[in-house]
Design a protein around this ligand. Structure first.
Ligand code: PRP
Length: 206
């Protein structure tokens, strides 16, 4: 049995469709329900639906053998897992953004609101700029508008959230896309089954 952690939401739905197409279906997944665990014993697969930022936690601790997670989450949390495949979907960028026309005067620490404190600290350290981190868990774009921060470090996908809130990108930090990760000992003991899934997903990703 392979346990797969899928992120709840659009990315997880799309990866499940690919898994279904390569023979790892679990019809109950397509029903309108609030279940979090789905199993198809005959196909030897169990899906668990988790919050996207928690996927790597389940995989690192072995509660899931493999999982689908954004590179942004991997870079932020640096989980002790194997990163096996770039699915080339769920593409977005990590960027610094601020209200239109904002200029950093360089005086005093820059106030940075983010869900990604580790990435933000590493970025500003690399450009030698002193910052104060304000950690939030969502709606990051609000922070500079209401004066909680000067800038944000966040994910930009279509750019709509920034645009609709009068913000713009100041600089790009790193690109992200969905990756397949594996628990290290699962990869050792269930390598053949995992490789089979990877090659199916890899072909889909091309
Ligand atoms: C993410 C991210 C941005 C938005 C970017 O938020 O934090 O707010 O998507 O997407 P866009 O460039 O296509 O507008 P999410 O939807 O995960 O919600 P959150 O605010 O709760 O983090």
């Amino acid at each position: 049995m392979i346990n797969i952690a899928l992120p709840k939401g659009r990315l997880g739905d799309s990866v499940y469709k690919s898994l279904e197409a390569i023979g790892y279906e679990c019809p109950e997944m397509n029903e309108d329900n609030r279940k979090l665990i789905f199993e198809n014993e005959e196909k030897g697969v169990k899906y668990i639906l988790v919050k996207p930022s928690d996927v790597a936690v389940y995989v690192e601790h072995g509660a899931a053998d493999i999982g689908i997670v954004g590179y942004d989450v991997i870079k932020e949390n640096e989980p002790d897992v194997f990163e096996l495949l770039d699915l080339d979907i769920g593409k977005c960028s990590m960027a610094v953004a601020a209200p239109k026309g904002f200029e950093d005067t360089g005086r005093g620490p820059l106030r940075v609101a983010t869900k990604y404190p580790h990435i933000a600290k590493e970025y500003y350290m690399s450009i030698n700029r002193q910052i104060e981190i304000i950690t939030l868990h969502g709606s990051i774009e609000l922070a500079p508008i209401v004066g909680l921060s000067d800038v944000i470090v966040d994910i930009v996908e279509t750019g709509a959230t920034l645009r609709e809130n009068g913000l713009e990108v100041c600089s790009y930090i790193v690109k992200s896309s969905a990756r397949v990760i594996a628990n290290k000992s699962s990869y050792h003991f269930k390598r053949d089954s995992i490789e089979k899934i990877l090659s199916g997903l890899g072909e889909k990703a091309l």
